[in-house]
Design a binder for this molecule. Structure first.
Ligand SMILES: [Zn+2]
Length: 139
C-alpha cells in the first residue's frame, strides 16, 4: 500500500463508511436537527453544527455537476491512470461529492458524451465509490 495516495486510511469514525463501501453501499450522513444530508461524512452537521447526525444508505443515484479531464498527475497511482475524469456529482439526497467518472468499471478518458446534469449511478473500485453514466433504459 505504500505510495498509494488514493486508498483510504479509515479511523474509528470513517471505518463505518469504508466498511459499507467495501460491501457496495454508499453511506451519507443525515442530520436529525435540520434534516439535511451531507458528504463527506463528518461527526457533526456542517449546516447547523448539530451532533444529532446518523448514517444513511444513499440511493447511489446522482447527477453530474462539474468535471474535468485530468491529463497529468505525477502522484501514484494516478500517473498510471491519466487521462481520467475528476468530477463533482450531486447525490439524489442533495450533497455534492468529489469523485471520478468511470465507464464499465474502467476510466472514461475524456468521454465526449458527458454533459452537465447527466444521470449517474455509483459503482465501486477497490472499495472506493466512483460514478458511471446510468445506461439509458431501452423503451
Ligand atoms: Zn443540521
Amino acid at each position: 500500500m505504500a505510495g498509494r495516495l488514493d486508498l483510504p486510511e479509515p479511523d474509528a469514525f470513517t471505518r463505518t463508511y469504508w466498511d459499507a463501501a467495501a460491501e457496495g453501499r454508499l453511506l451519507i450522513r443525515r442530520c436529525g436537527a435540520c434534516g439535511r444530508a451531507h458528504h463527506y461524512p463528518r461527526e457533526f452537521c456542517p449546516h447547523c453544527w448539530s451532533e444529532d447526525v446518523t448514517w444513511e444508505t444513499a440511493s447511489g443515484r446522482a447527477t453530474l455537476y462539474t468535471w474535468s479531464v485530468v491529463h497529468r498527475n505525477d502522484l501514484p497511482p494516478f500517473s498510471d491512470r491519466v487521462p481520467y475524469v475528476a468530477a463533482v456529482v450531486e447525490l439524489a439526497e442533495g450533497p455534492r461529492m468529489m469523485t471520478e467518472i468511470v465507464e464499465g468499471g474502467d476510466r472514461v478518458g475524456g468521454n465526449p458524451e458527458l454533459s452537465a446534469g447527466a444521470d449517474l449511478e455509483v459503482t465501486f473500485r477497490e472499495g472506493i465509490p466512483v460514478f458511471r453514466v446510468t445506461p439509458t433504459p431501452s423503451a
